[in-house]
Design a protein around this ligand. Structure first.
Ligand code: PHE
Length: 475
């Protein structure tokens, strides 16, 4: 039955959309880099343990809350209890804040994609040396591509659930997989690739030597996991609300995190050895995805093949970014649609999506205008929040992107997820999850395991993440 808000047309379509949401810049850029910087294989081990004990449960919880209530994040928590609406607002709020800067990065990815396309046809797609540095200070360029990315996003979300998001993801996600495998295989054939694999995978167990270093790795891995699995921002609640009651929730809640983790590892197997093979430094932060890899493809590999690999790579990053950003926009669109319907009004998806996208575009604009923290002195139009507001210059105020990210990913997201695990584990009891998982005759496998996760493991991990985030926030 197609309700007025739309529904996924098949479980495969839902999976492609949900994995599309999960697989994003977090996998391709954040994961390999954080893994290398936090003990390599030791980080991977902790990450996988977290996915099993926290990721599976929270994924199941979010999908269940969404499907049970048939509402987006705010509506869903309100439907559980009026007193819990604020938890939903935290999710929608962080999706709102993240979508802006996420799209600025998405726009940059498009610019690189285009650059390699131009190169492929014999043109000069990047101009002089040091393209990255001049591009981030190129205000019309940054804003233009940001707008373009947002427009694409709006267009897809306007198409609705099965006709827009699902249709796009069904084609885009398999294409991403093919491109990723192609790049991995080509990179593996380069001399010097081994170093990159070693950097990523060889475990540095000295991170377990002191409690302090263990907690710092745990925090990095947990934060990364939540972001990468699209948890704590209402995305999976919203996507779950469009899932048919006859689908197996339990199984889906395992497939999505497993697929996301595999893609993260695969992305590392493309990025890290590509850097090592051409003697490039991995620890470049935002520069890794843009500056470093552009040099690797263009100058390291070089020639037609290098440009082709570059084009494939940035195209797959683009797909990863756009399928994630549509879920962030959908969280906001669904919120307004729910509100209108609850008030008995008509909800026009197309105009709601367009307005929401435009508002987010404006709020996110500062992240495109401060030259990623190079500020007015570096040729940008505005300064970072520290200079603008005269705040003490801590990590989170280094640029507007970090500032928004800290509020969203650093505070709203872990707080929201902590609240959710307490609500499921202690307030509503896991009976609700069980009812939802078994409503069409599926077996709820691992019930006892999930109960322990919700009651004890998830809250403890969330408190640790929250504490660590607040600490970094204040330097
Ligand atoms: N999971 C996405 C990534 O890895 C980001 C995201 C977070 C998307 C939350 C939607 C909701 O890049």
């Amino acid at each position: 039955m197609e309700n007025s808000k739309g529904q996924w047309s098949s479980n495969f379509g839902f999976l492609m959309a949900a994995i599309g949401s999960a697989v994003g810049l977090g996998n391709i850029w954040g994961f390999p880099y954080k893994m290398g910087a936090n003990g390599g294989g030791a980080f991977l081990l902790i990450y996988v343990i977290l996915v099993v004990f926290v990721g599976f449960a929270v994924m199941l919880g979010e999908l269940a809350i969404g499907r049970r209530t048939g509402k987006g994040a705010v509506g869903a928590y309100r439907a559980l209890s009026r007193k819990l609406t604020w938890v939903g607002y935290m999710g929608v709020g962080s999706a709102f804040l993240i979508l802006g800067f996420y799209s600025v990065l998405g726009g940059m990815v498009m610019r690189y994609m285009l650059g390699f396309l131009v190169n492929l046809f014999g043109g000069d797609g990047f101009g002089a040396e040091g393209f990255f540095g001049s591009w981030i200070a190129n205000m019309p360029g940054m804003v233009g591509f940001y707008a373009l990315f947002m427009l694409l996003n709006i267009t897809i979300v306007m198409g609705g659930i099965s006709g827009g998001i699902e249709k796009f993801s069904r084609i885009a996600m398999p294409a991403l997989a093919v491109m990723l495998v192609t790049v991995i295989v080509y990179v593996a054939c380069q001399p010097g690739a081994m170093e990159g694999y070693k950097f990523m995978f060889v475990p540095d167990f000295s991170v377990f030597d002191s409690l302090k270093s263990f907690f710092s790795v745990l925090k990095a891995a947990a934060g990364q996991m939540f972001f990468s699995l699209s948890l704590g921002m209402g995305a999976m609640i919203t996507y779950g609300s469009y899932l048919s009651k006859s689908e197996d929730l339990n199984r889906n809640a395992i497939i999505i995190p497993v697929a996301d983790t595999i893609v993260a590892i695969m992305a590392g197997m493309a990025v890290m050895p590509a850097c090592s093979a051409f003697g490039m430094d991995y620890g470049q932060g935002p520069g890794l995805l843009f500056n470093t890899l552009q040099t690797v493809f263009m100058d390291g590999m070089g020639g037609f093949i290098g440009n082709l690999m570059g084009f494939l790579f940035y195209t797959l990053v683009f797909i990863a970014a756009i399928t994630s950003s549509i879920s962030l926009l959908e969280v906001n669109t669904a919120y307004i649609i729910d509100r209108k319907l609850e008030k008995g009004k008509k909800a026009n998806r197309r105009s709601i999506t367009a307005i929401m996208g435009a508002v987010i575009f404006i709020v996110g604009l500062p992240t495109a205008l401060d030259g990623l923290g190079t500020n007015v002195a570096g040729g940008a139009l505005i300064n970072n929040p520290a200079i603008t507001f005269g705040l003490p210059s801590v990590g989170a105020t280094a640029d507007w992107l970090d500032f928004y990210d800290m509020i969203a990913e650093g505070i709203l997201m872990p707080l929201g997820s902590l609240a959710m695990s307490i609500i499921i584990g202690w307030v509503f009891g896991s009976r609700m999850i069980k009812e939802e998982a078994t409503c069409s005759g599926h077996v709820y496998k691992g019930e006892k395991f999930y109960n322990i996760c919700f009651r004890y493991i998830v809250p403890v991990i969330m408190v640790i993440v929250l504490y660590a985030q607040i600490q970094t926030f204040f330097g």
